[in-house]
Structure formats: structure tokens, C-alpha cells
Design a protein around this ligand. Structure first.
Ligand SMILES: C[S@@+](CC[C@H](N)C(=O)[O-])C[C@H]1O[C@@H](n2cnc3c(N)ncnc32)[C@H](O)[C@@H]1O
Length: 246
């Protein structure tokens, strides 16, 4: 999968493919990253990429022309990929949005800086707007890196263990179950016994029940969007009853 990022700070974004899961995926040729710096497409001797806002007010606004040229170069190198502007005003990111895009293929991420981008460039060039959440960061680069990491994890072969992504929180609409490793007892807290008994069927059922229970405790909104079958409902009811007894 090819990611293109239009950014004034390529040096901030590029390390995302140098480490960990994304780094390994890049080594395997599963992902590639190309950055396009609007400053390389300026025509004035100051290499200006921003200017004062019409109407006055604080901050600077990113100029249309250098962005348009950088996006044009990215589109030419990655034909058919949508231009996604990372913006606090965009659709709030979900695992499903990332999974859909990862399945469809490439993406061109547009990173804003300063007070943002001239609206006319957004109207003319942007296909979608994604937000990390209801808060404001200083630039779209961190958001682009989040998207690149989260989408890469979903590509077949990117994770060491093929099952891991499917078990992650949100992949099937639930939070993940709790996990444990050695030691068997820590500060008086033992590992749940069922995980030690070697009965894989029981362990699977316990994990499913924990995922359902955790989601009910922490993110009940996710359960509202989901229909449980009778078996899952029984597992959740048992979890709720045990929680209330405690
Ligand atoms: C300081 S912000 C500009 C915020 C803009 N004035 C507003 O309030 O909507 C600069 C850039 O950071 C990025 N950014 C900020 N918050 C973001 C968020 N929650 N999700 C994605 N990108 C964000 C966008 O690319 C934005 O153009």
C-alpha cells in the first residue's frame, strides 16, 4: 500500500516507517511512504507557504498554490488515491474507516499547519476529512502517522501473528479482553486460573466474555450499536451478575 503525505515537515512523518510494525511492513514491501513538501513548489524567492488571513485575526493560513502543486504531484504518483485532509473538523476516525481505506488501497494525506488551509483549496482538492478527535493539535503530521500505523496493522502479513489484528479492540465492535504474562502472581494478584488450565475452548469463551464485559463497563455505546446473539447475551448476563455480586 502506498501512502503519500503532503507536509511542510517530511522529517517528522518519515520515521513512522522506520520502526516497529510499520518498519517491518516497509521492509517486506507491504507499504511505502512518499512525502511532498509544498515548500518545494513555491515560486517566490522567500519560498512562502503561508500568508495573513483576509479579514484580519491571528495566525497564518496555508497558501493555495504550493499545496495545489504538491497535491498534483502526489496524485500523479499515486493515481486514484483520495486526498484526505487531517482536520479537527473532519469525520472522527474509527477503526472501520481505517479498515475500509486499508482495503481499498492507497491514500494521500494532507497535513495542515498554522490556522489551517485556505478553504478554496479544501473545496477544490480534498476528497475526505478525518479527525483524530475533538481536540486541536498543531499540525496534521501526527494524525497522518496515526492513520499510516493503524492502516498498516490491518494489511495481511503486516503483523507477526496473523490473528492479532482481528482480536484488537474495535475490530469486531468490542474492546479487547485483558491480557496476562509472567509472573503467575504479582503483588497478590494471580493470573485468572482459566488461562493456566490449557483448555483452549474454555479460554476462548472466557476471553469472549471478558471482551463483552469490558465493553459493557467501559464503552456501553459500542454495545448499543451491535446485536448480540443469544450465546453472547448469556455470557454478558453472567459477567454482569458476577460484577454486581462483587
Ligand atoms: C492548529 S490546527 C488548525 C485548527 C483550525 N484553526 C480549527 O480550529 O479547525 C493546524 C492543523 O493541525 C491539524 N489538526 C489539528 N487538530 C486535528 C485533529 N483533531 N485531527 C486531525 N488533524 C488535526 C490540521 O491539519 C490543521 O489544519
Amino acid at each position: 500500500m502506498r501512502f503519500d503525505v503532503v507536509t511542510l515537515f517530511p522529517g517528522l512523518v518519515e520515521p513512522v516507517i522506520e520502526h516497529g510494525v510499520v518498519g517491518r511492513a516497509a521492509e517486506q514491501g507491504l507499504v511505502e511512504l512518499h512525502c511532498w513538501n509544498p515548500r518545494d513548489y513555491t515560486r517566490d524567492r522567500h519560498r512562502s507557504v503561508d500568508d495573513r488571513p483576509y479579514g484580519g485575526g491571528p495566525g497564518m493560513i496555508m497558501l493555495i498554490e504550493p499545496l495545489e502543486a504538491a497535491i498534483g504531484a502526489a496524485r500523479a504518483a499515486n493515481p486514484g488515491a483520495p486526498v484526505i485532509y487531517l482536520s479537527p473538523q473532519g469525520r472522527r476516525l474509527t477503526q472501520q474507516m481505517l479498515a475500509d481505506r486499508a482495503q481499498q488501497g492507497a491514500a494521500i494525506f494532507l497535513c495542515g499547519r498554522y490556522e489551517g488551509i485556505d478553504e478554496r483549496l479544501i473545496e477544490a482538492e480534498v476528497d475526505d476529512e478525518w479527525s483524530l478527535g475533538d481536540y486541536v493539535i498543531s499540525g496534521g503530521e501526527l494524525a497522518a502517522m496515526v492513520c499510516i500505523d493503524a492502516m498498516t496493522r490491518l494489511l495481511p502479513g503486516a503483523l507477526g501473528h496473523g490473528e492479532s489484528a482481528a482480536r484488537d479492540s474495535f475490530s469486531d465492535g468490542l474492546l479487547d479482553c485483558p491480557h496476562y504474562t509472567r509472573p503467575e502472581e504479582y503483588a497478590g494478584r494471580p493470573v485468572p486460573r482459566v488461562l493456566l488450565n490449557g483448555n483452549h475452548r474454555q479460554i476462548e469463551v472466557w476471553r469472549e466474555q471478558q471482551a463483552l464485559g469490558r465493553t459493557w463497563l467501559r464503552r456501553p455505546d459500542l454495545l448499543e450499536q451491535r446485536e448480540l446473539d443469544a450465546r453472547q447475551q448469556a455470557l454478558l448476563d453472567e459477567f454482569i451478575a458476577a460484577t454486581r455480586k462483587r
